[in-house]
Design a protein around this ligand. Structure first.
Ligand code: PGA
Length: 252
């Protein structure tokens, strides 16, 4: 049985007061949720300390960062290291989100180093991959995902990789309201498991959680989560509202 995971990516949203309020209301609205569902909220860096405190006694509701730097420490003005995140008791970090890849030009080599730093510090990477619409139109989507994973993640040893989470997020579905169909998402998740089986082992392929992300809402979540190889979701817009976020979590 693979872990069921619902992760919210707040991106650059919420004031400090709004963040505290949203977390308080998440704690309430997740009542009745199966205890085997892991909820994760990726809050902006500046709210991490407060979020960790607010969630101190909340099982299965963990804090993630949205990014970290690829170096251990150094002269990188404005950046945050995995070591700093560890010192704040952060358990997860999103690596390679399409906004980091495309707006901030993060390449596969940087992302591989970020994954390394996270793991060295005992932080679980939520490693994102996803193709552009043009890639899909040209039927290159499998090739793109294979390349992103091969360069960013598959340098890890199997026992280390087994502690990671992969998120498949087609770029054309992020924030667009246009979600991949459950069949399209399932097809890619199966492809990713085949890659894992081919490069590592069937055991790893069967064990690694693979999340889908891209315009998940309470109304379309169940059909996606009913797919056998979709282990949960990475939720952007709908994670900014506790009812929507926990509504999605209740669909798994
Ligand atoms: P969305 O974002 O749910 O708003 O499409 C998903 C993501 O960026 O992780």
């Amino acid at each position: 049985m693979r872990a069921k995971i619902i992760a919210g990516n707040w991106k650059m949203h919420k004031t400090a007061a709004e963040a505290t309020e949203l977390i308080a209301s998440l704690i309430e609205s997740r009542n009745g949720l199966d205890t085997d569902v892991q909820l994760i909220i990726a809050v902006p860096f500046v709210y991490i300390a407060d979020a960790v405190k607010q969630l101190a006694n909340q099982p299965n509701l963990a804090v993630s960062a949205q990014n970290c730097h690829w170096a251990g420490r150094g002269a990188f003005t404005g950046e945050i290291s995995a070591e700093m995140l560890k010192s704040m008791d952060v358990e997860f970090v999103i690596i390679g989100h399409s906004e980091r890849r495309h707006i901030f030009n993060e390449d596969d080599a940087m992302l591989a180093k970020k994954a390394d730093r996270a793991i060295e510090n005992g932080i679980t990477p939520i490693f994102c991959c996803g193709e552009l619409i043009g890639d899909r139109e040209q039927n290159r989507h499998f090739e793109v995902i294979e390349e992103q994973l091969a360069k960013g993640l598959f340098h890890l040893k199997e026992d280390i990789l087994s502690k990671c989470i992969i998120a498949y997020e087609p770029v054309w579905a992020i924030g667009t309201g246009r979600t991949a169909t459950p069949e399209q998402a399932q097809e890619m998740h199966v492809f990713i498991r085949k890659l894992l089986a081919g490069k590592f082992s069937d055991q790893l392929a069967g064990k690694l959680p693979i999340l889908y992300g891209g315009s998940i809402k309470p109304g379309n979540a169940k059909a996606l989560f009913d797919m056998p190889d979709i282990d949960g979701g990475l939720i952007g817009g709908a994670s900014l509202n506790s009812e929507d976020f926990t509504g999605i979590a209740h669909s798994i």
